[in-house]
Design a protein around this ligand. Structure first.
Ligand code: TXE
Length: 489
């Protein structure tokens, strides 16, 4: 007997919509096996989601008192915790990421996102200025912040729930309604979140999920819809450009967190063990598929060989394998197409004369995982900033090690990129740490650490890496519109 098809459905105006087409497959990247069908939303369903969202605002969600909205965010956090292992299983099935990472990073962060934004919104004040006028009179200016409205939330596949809740928690907390378009490759956790938000009492229409692809599919239908008041997007710089073009005629605000080509700078006084542990995470976490991952490692010449040898040893110690096994540290790439892209960069690096210190191939992990999109952690030397693998975002478990002599040289090499998302500096000289971190043309600059986040601090990038910041007060600014009231006293 054949198994009944498991559907991952769209959630529109408070209800799961019945599938009305063949849908597309949800595939486990670790094995290549299809485990469910995803209902692709057509233009009509996207329209219903946007109009449902608008109705939710008018029906009172936008005017719900802040303490009720923040209480709802806290209940959502509690409810994700109560269903924690379901979220973990869904995220692992969609991405192939190691179960320990899904627990400790992805789902844990989803909980933290809801709690943090409840705190931030509860504590937020408003700008006010008393203006002195001629003759001793005064005026009072104060800004009331209103919800932006119906927000399109478009997210990628690498950290699906983490990135989704990073946007949805503040958006809802500020009184907006959202229409979420998860990546076609990772539809599950956004759908589970719909259940959770309904369970904790979010009004129908305030959270909608439409599944599908980008162009000529749900992503485009959503961004083209005139009922959208703003777009928050995380994904590639090319798609960000496309989304911006689409919303430009209606002048809608956008918040973009795009790609990166992040540098690490290792000085000769850095603590070698700590640096190697940090670099290993920064290059290989989530199989290199984090916008913050390091793909360029600049190392001071006197310690270059030691750092290279240590990093090779660490890379070889990573354990690729069944994501559900707790000892696994490293999962597959998201899809065969993405692996193709990374393999193309491996070929380009070879043409450019790179020496592959470790990796460079497809690992053999046994018949169960043969159909998965696996790739060995890979390190190169012999490339320069002129070579495409050092200039373009690869988004895989790969990095180029490049020597430098002086601090100035390191700064100019690291800043020699069109991207500007993140960097890390490794040194025991804290004065130098501050100096170099501040000289980086990036949104987030770490010293002796990486991906250490306080969710109240601004997050985002410069150049090709994005527009605007989210996090703490920056999120509240994006998800609200101020009306300044000026009263002559
Ligand atoms: O990203 P896309 P993809 C980079 C990384 C990766 C590359 C391609 O280098 O190899 O991007 O990945 C939706 N209108 N990053 O193709 O296309 C799409 O359906 C509206 C960096 O997955 O940017 C998905 O939901 N929406 C990154 C989302 O946009 C559209 C994370 C992201 O997809 C659309 C992921 C359109 N025209 C990839 N086209 C990071 N910064 O973290 C696509 N989408």
């Amino acid at each position: 007997m054949t198994q009944p098809v498991r559907w991952i459905r769209n959630f529109v105006d408070g209800e799961f919509a019945e599938p009305d087409g063949p849908g597309f497959p949800a595939v486990d990247p670790a094995t290549g096996a299809e485990f469910a069908r995803v209902h692709e939303a057509g233009r009509e369903l996207v329209h219903r989601a946007v109009t449902g969202a608008r109705a939710a605002l008018h029906n009172g969600w936008a005017d719900t008192p802040v303490r009720e909205r923040t209480a709802l965010l806290r209940r959502a956090a509690d409810r994700i915790e109560a269903r924690f292992e379901e979220f973990v299983a869904a995220e692992v099935a969609d991405t192939g990421k190691p179960v320990t990472q899904a627990r400790e990073l992805d789902v844990a962060r989803a909980v933290a996102n809801f709690r943090t934004f409840a705190d931030v919104i509860a504590a937020a004040g408003q700008e006010s200025f008393v203006t002195d006028l001629p003759g001793g009179a005064q005026a009072l200016n104060y800004a009331v912040r209103k919800p932006l409205g119906v927000v399109a939330v478009i997210v990628p596949w690498n950290l699906p729930l983490l990135l989704l809740t990073w946007k949805v928690a503040p958006a809802l907390g500020c009184g907006n309604a959202v229409v979420v378009k998860p990546s076609d490759q990772t539809p599950s956790t956004a759908t589970l979140l719909a259940e959770v938000l309904a369970e904790v009492g979010l009004p129908a229409g305030a959270y909608n999920v439409v599944h599908g692809f980008g162009g000529d599919s749900a992503g485009q239908y959503l961004t083209e819809h005139p009922g959208i008041d703003g777009v928050t997007f995380t994904g590639s710089s090319a798609t960000g450009t496309q989304v911006m073009r689409t919303v430009a005629p209606r002048v809608r605000p956008v918040s973009f967190e795009l790609g990166g080509k992040n540098a690490a700078i290792v000085f000769d006084d850095a603590d070698l063990d700590e640096t190697l542990a940090g670099l290993t995470r920064s290059v290989f976490a989530n199989t290199g598929q984090v916008c913050l991952c390091t793909e360029r490692v600049y190392v001071q010449r006197s310690v270059f060989d030691d750092v290279a040898a240590g990093l090779v040893e660490q890379a070889r110690g990573l354990r690729l394998g069944d994501p559900l096994t707790e000892r696994t540290t490293t999962g597959p790439l998201i899809s065969p197409e993405h692996r193709r892209k990374v393999l193309d960069y491996l070929a380009l690096a070879e043409e450019a004369g790179a020496k592959t210190l470790t990796g460079g191939g497809i690992p053999e992990l046994g018949p169960e995982l043969d159909g998965g999109s696996w790739l060995e952690p890979t390190l190169w030397t012999g490339l320069t900033n002129k070579d495409r693998p050092v200039r373009e975002e690869i988004f895989g478990p790969v990095a180029a090690l490049i020597p430098f002599d002086t601090e100035d040289e390191a700064i100019s090499l690291a800043n020699d990129t069109e991207y500007g998302l993140a960097s890390s500096v490794w040194t025991q000289d804290l004065r130098r740490g501050h100096r170099v971190a501040q000289a980086m043309h990036v949104g987030m600059s770490w010293v002796n650490t990486w991906f250490l986040r306080d969710l109240r601090s601004p997050f985002g990038g410069m150049g090709l890496s994005g527009i605007g910041r989210e996090g703490g007060a920056s999120s509240l600014h994006f998800y609200t519109e101020p009306t300044n009231v000026c009263v002559r006293l």
